[in-house]
Structure formats: C-alpha cells, structure tokens
Design a protein. Structure first.
Length: 422
C-alpha cells in the first residue's frame, strides 16, 4: 500500500498514491523538537520553525506564501516535543514546485538578523497569549508535575529568558546540526508517482557533514504520591488537567489504551461525558486525551468546571476512573468503542493531509508504518481484559497528577485529600 525509499544520505521517503485525489499533501519532518533541546536552547526548535517562513536562499517570505496559496494550496508547520514538520496541501500538479519551496526553506533558510529580532517579539507575544488562556496554560502546569526539571516538563515555546537568549549563531548551529538528511522524513499522499518523487527529493538533499541522528535524554519517572498544582486566577470557571504516566508510542497494549480513552472520554457517548456533564451538569467541557512519546506517555483528563463544584466533579471523575480496573467493560460498550476507533481512522484516511501526517509521524518516530488492514487486525485482537489490565497499570493513586487554574486558594487542602482512586 505504501512505497518507501531510504536514500544513501539517510533521508527516508514514504508515499501513498491515491489516484482519484485532486490534491497532494507533502510534509518534511525533522526528528527534533522540545525534548531534544538543552536548557540553554529551550524554545529554539519553535523559534527556528517561525523563521523558516521568513525566507530562504531562493524564496522571499512573500514568495513562499504566494507560490502555494496563489495556486489554491495551504501551508503550515508545527513543532512538538519530538518532531518538527513543514507541510503543504496543493493541487497535484504543483507537487514539485512545492517540494522545491519546502526543501529550500529547510536546507537554506535566510535567518536574517532583522527577522530574528522581529520574530522574537512575536514569539514573546505568543507566550503571553498561552499564559492568558487557562485552558492552554493548565497543560503546561500538568507537564511540570509529570516530568519535573526535564525537557518534557517544560514548554515547547520556551520561557521569556530562554527566548531572549537565543541568537543568530545558536539558530544557525541548531539548524545545521539538526536538519540533516539522517533526521529527515519526506512524506506525501495523493495523486503522485513515488519514483519521480524520490528522484526529485534526492536532487534536493545532499549528504551532510554532520550526519548523526539527533538524540534526547530519556524521561525520568519516580513518582511516589499524588501531586497537585493550583494556579490561583479569577476565572469564570475552573480549568482542570489530570494526568497519569502511561504507555510509550509502540507499547504492545497501545490499542487497549486507545479503547480505554474512547470509553472514558473521547466522544459524547463516553462515561465521563455522560456522568459529569449529561447527568449532573458539573462541567461544560469534559474529556480524555493521550500523549505518546518514544519512551513514555500520559493519559489525560481535562475539564472546564463550575467554580462551586470542583471538589464534587473531581470526586466523580476519580470514581469513574477507578471502576475500569475493577469491572470488565460491557460487550456492547466495548464493541462501540472498537468501531469508533476504526471508523475514525478510516474516515481520516480519506483525506490526503491526514494520510500524510499519519505516515510521516509513524516513519519519523518508529521507522515503520502500518497499513489500515494491520491496524484493524490488531485492534480486533484487543480483549476486554486487555483494557482492564491497562487501566490497572495506569490508574494508581501514586500516579495522580492534578493541575487547576481558578479561584481556589482556600481549597487546596480539601482537593489534595480527594486525590484518591478508592
């Protein structure tokens, strides 16, 4: 189903031909991100991502945007803990002109001093924006609890101090040492020819003198008791993020964990949505999420809670989490969760962008990609006992981490005492 090539310089190419598609989605992935940075570099991956749009050897800032948006395409990028990706979706006939733009951005960014100075101000404003959004900032507080004094526990954007410390020399060095072919994956999905794509990519990316894979420090997790962090703020509702250390990206029970996530909080049929919102009206927003990394992960519960009902809502959430390791999920509920899991994946893979993201992330992080048929087979092997087992491993009292933002200064002791799964 996929075609894959590894060039002599170490760069990997993965593609999926969707002959009926009118579009092609293209991504250039780099194995670098927040957890690859030292303390002195914090935020440099994100800073560099911004600057690549300011111009390259062949393309000005304006020409980068107009060349893609001017033909009906879209252009974007993101930086995560483990990856940086530059991506575009365009009509299929513009694939190679878009490859030329993205590759020139990645290989030969201008990194002009004026752009660096101007973008520093922009990023500092972005940092302030996140701090002003409690539904965003609460996750930063939670990460600090989950991975204290580690790259995973510090914000990808960096801090005011680290952003002000980054200069042109450090940006140039970071780009030269991190953006090397051995750390790059090119992924594409849509109406395309893999062999021709490989030829074009090979012509763009030459071997690098700094040909070494990027490495990060493994996560350290030595939690022995529940942890609570409250950020007092006069908000109209209390924002909650709860997290448990969980499974790494390729753990054998990863599909069981995904089904656990669906059952508890991935949609409006979930237990937490029904119990917390529908039956009791304790929160407007309630759900669960997963973080998956090379060597660790996190199971998340998030909610926006009535300020007067925080303790009641917290108790109910913990009660619902505690039920799963004790009682097998019903057959009908289990079947619906599996169907939702596979249905969402099948629907997503109708879109060239989703296909490109799925393939690119998988190859960049795991150096392999699964077919839809393989995923279906693996999900169908998951048993109700597997879900109970993974819930028992994740939901333990000493693993509870809770971050709250709201007017809660007088409630800290009462809330801490409730951090118990029973």
């Amino acid at each position: 189903m996929y075609k894959r090539t590894k060039l002599n310089n170490g760069l990997r190419i993965i593609s999926k031909s969707l002959k009926q598609a009118q579009s092609v989605s293209l991504g250039i992935w780099i194995n670098t991100g927040g957890r690859y940075e030292t303390d002195s570099q914090k935020g440099i991956s994100h800073y560099l991502e911004h600057l690549l749009f300011k111009g390259s050897k062949k393309y000005s800032c304006r020409l980068i945007k107009e060349s893609i948006e001017g033909v009906g395409g879209s252009l974007n990028a993101f930086t995560s803990e483990e990856l940086t990706c530059y991506l575009a979706k365009i009509p299929c006939r513009y694939l190679f002109s878009t490859l030329d733009i993205l590759s020139d951005m990645v290989i030969s960014p201008s990194l002009n001093q004026a752009d660096i100075d101007k973008e520093r101000t922009v990023i500092l404003e972005e940092l302030k924006m996140y701090r002003d959004l409690p539904q965003s900032y609460v996750y930063e507080l939670l990460d600090e609890l989950l991975w204290p004094a580690q790259p995973l526990g510090t914000p990808i954007i960096g801090t005011t101090e680290s952003i002000n410390r980054i200069n042109r020399d450090s940006l140039k060095d970071y780009q030269a040492n991190s953006y090397t072919p051995e750390n790059i994956v090119v992924s594409a999905a849509g109406s395309l020819d893999h062999d021709l794509l490989t030829k074009k990519v090979s012509a763009k990316f030459r071997a690098s003198k700094n040909a070494q894979p990027n490495i990060f420090t493994p996560a350290q997790e030595n939690q022995h008791k529940p942890q609570l962090k409250i950020f007092p703020k006069e908000t109209e509702q209390t924002h909650m993020a709860m997290g448990f250390h969980s499974l790494k990206r390729d753990h054998p029970l990863r599909h069981a964990q995904a089904i656990l996530h669906i059952i508890l909080g991935a949609n409006m049929s979930s237990r937490l949505f029904n119990e917390v919102r529908e039956k009791r009206g304790l929160a407007y927003e309630i759900g669960t999420g997963l973080k998956r990394y090379h060597d660790t992960g996190a199971f998340l519960v998030h909610a926006g809670i009535d300020n007067r009902k925080v303790e009641d809502c917290l108790s109910l959430i913990l009660q619902e989490l505690a039920k799963v390791p004790k009682t097998l999920i019903g057959k009908d509920e289990f079947k619906r969760a599996k169907e939702f899991c596979l249905g969402q994946l099948s629907l997503a893979l109708e879109d060239t962008m989703e296909y490109m993201l799925w393939m690119g992330e998988s190859v960049a992080c795991l150096d392999k990609v699964y077919t839809l048929e393989q995923i279906i087979k693996e999900v169908n092997k998951v048993s109700r006992e597997d879900v109970r087992k993974v819930a028992g491993e994740i939901f333990q009292n000493q693993e509870i981490n809770l971050a709250l933002i709201g007017p809660l200064e007088k409630s800290e002791q009462n809330i801490y005492l409730k951090l118990n799964l029973g």
